[in-house]
Design a protein around this ligand. Structure first.
Ligand code: AMP
Ligand code: MG
Length: 344
């Protein structure tokens, strides 16, 4: 039977057999500024999807940078005063600090004011001067974030944005809820974050399309296909959010060293890991960080970090580089025009 690909407007596309003998339950919601789809199977599926939607909305209300009522907004608007932020946000900040440290600062949630200066929070895009960026960069860095128990204090001028890790964290929570409900299979697609539980009802792995970054508007254009069971896959790419001015493209993943969009020779980074506690958040943080680092440093980081994950990189010079650990789980997309390489 021909496989039918289900299209999602953002990055990763999950494929299903059109007849799988076990009818899925599915919901689609808008949260965290993106379209999210949750699908699962079995008696408890309907209730689990209600719980999953409620949980992701709760996290959105906690972590949103634009909702003035969120815990993140309370921290950002405290003007340097301590804020009782709660255990969950405090722990997520510790996690973010850890990925920032491991990535040598490539992942940095304190880029928030820099992102705002480019207009990415408001959609009023502009190109800030380097002097403006340098002034803002003085307040960037995890040393300006102080977590003590459930209390969070930011140094004056520092603001946080968890946009590069929140969806991965939420994906972990959705899979937790599926498991707690006793479900054996399903998936959650949160923008470019996919988390998959078990395998398909027909025993095959889930099929996930990696969006071709050179054809972002064609939901059927892939740079490669992943075949995954009990795994997370997260893509960060410069094609996901950008504006153009004077013939130049400015995208949303910023290099903390310059305050400008990362110019690392990559078009997208997909991080794949087994679905375990915290692996969605890890994949999300790393996809952003490794995009900033570029191909060579990203591959070195994978080998040296001690973290267990695989990579698919799409480069500006037309290559798709997949790590050897994806053997049997990654396939080139026929007719994509890319040159495919496998690396250790
Ligand atoms: P993602 O789509 O997960 O790669 O996250 C990108 C979003 O995270 C951007 O829209 C910014 O809000 C924020 N961001 C941009 N650059 C960085 C960075 N180097 N480290 C952490 N967050 C970032
Ligand atoms: Mg990310």
């Amino acid at each position: 039977m021909k496989k039918k690909l289900l299209c999602f407007p953002l990055l990763l596309i999950l494929a299903l057999l059109s007849a799988c003998g076990d009818e899925p339950e599915r919901v689609q919601i808008i949260a965290m500024d993106t379209v999210m789809t949750f699908q699962t199977y079995g008696k408890a599926a309907e209730d689990a999807l209600v719980d999953a939607s409620a949980e992701v909305r709760r996290l959105d209300a906690l972590l949103s940078r634009t909702d003035p009522e969120s815990a993140v907004s309370r921290v950002n608007s405290a003007g340097g005063a301590p804020v009782e932020a709660g255990a969950e946000l405090s722990e997520l900040l510790e996690t973010a600090a850890e990925y920032s440290r491991m990535s040598g600062g490539a992942f940095d949630i304190t880029l928030a004011p820099v992102s705002s200066a480019w207009g990415f929070t408001t959609d009023s895009y502009r190109v800030p001067s380097q002097a403006e960026l340098d002034a803002l960069l003085a307040h960037v860095g995890m040393e300006h974030v102080h977590v003590s128990g459930d209390t969070v204090t930011l140094d004056g001028g520092t603001q946080i944005d968890l946009g590069a890790i929140a969806k991965g964290y939420a994906a972990d929570r959705v899979l937790d809820l599926y498991r707690e409900a006793g479900l054996e299979r399903g998936w959650a697609a949160l923008g470019g974050n996919v988390a998959a539980l078990g395998c398909r009802p027909d025993g095959e792995p889930w099929e996930i399309g990696i969006q071709d970054p050179n054809r972002p508007d064609d939901g059927n254009a892939y740079a490669g296909l992943l075949y995954l069971e009990d795994a997370c896959a997260v893509t960060s790419g410069s094609y996901q959010r950008y504006f153009e001015q004077d013939g130049r493209r400015y995208h949303h993943i910023l290099d903390p060293a310059t305050g400008a969009p990362a110019d690392s020779g990559l078009l997208s980074v997909t991080v794949v890991a087994d679905a375990e506690a915290g692996s969605g958040a890890m994949c999300d943080a790393l996809s952003t960080a490794l995009f900033v680092m570029g191909e060579e440093k990203a591959l070195d980081f994978r080998r040296e970090s001690g973290l267990d994950f695989e990579l698919v990189l799409v480069t500006e010079d037309g290559r798709v580089v997949a790590t050897a650990g994806l053997e049997g789980r990654f396939a080139p997309a026929e007719g994509s025009g890319y040159a495919y390489e496998t690396v250790s």
